[in-house]
Design a protein. Sequence first.
Length: 193
Amino acid sequence: MGGNKRQNLYYRCISYESIHKCDNGHLPKELIESQVFDSIRAMVQDEKVLEVVYNKARAAQVQKEQNKNTEINRITKEQQAIDHEITHILSAIKDTGHSRALLDDLKKLETKRDELAEQVVRLEVSPDVHQELITPTDIRRLLTQALEIDNDQEKGRMVREIIKRVDVSRIKKKLSGRIIVKLPDMSEISITI
């Protein structure tokens, strides 16, 4: 039998994957990708939309940084409490001599303190804490470059690379909902379709 076999690609609903129930069924990749490009094309031409997208991404980045700072403060307080306990154990060892229980407690506390110090270092040096957010102009340039791709397969590959999540419903052949796109700086934008 030979011949050319055609490969059909689809986006599948997360609900379908987890609970095997979805009103949308399989969504053809061409349908989603063409609507993504149409939505991107409209967004790129609207300065106000780009500014809103930028402000949302900036607010999300500020919130992430605040969350990290809160976590660093929490860990630092926990480290201080552990240091206080270590001081008490060292005083007890000095006053009464060491026992196996005191030495075990001391070792556990020192290990926990070291683990917390490593967590703080990881949080402080994580790339998205100090990373600059791309500007609305950068967003426009990036998306415009994507729109200029002539090869449909390459265009589709690029869309699949940047799409993080699709929240859509389908009425007949028309999709409505939003698509979450990840940008090179790891921020995300939501495109309404």
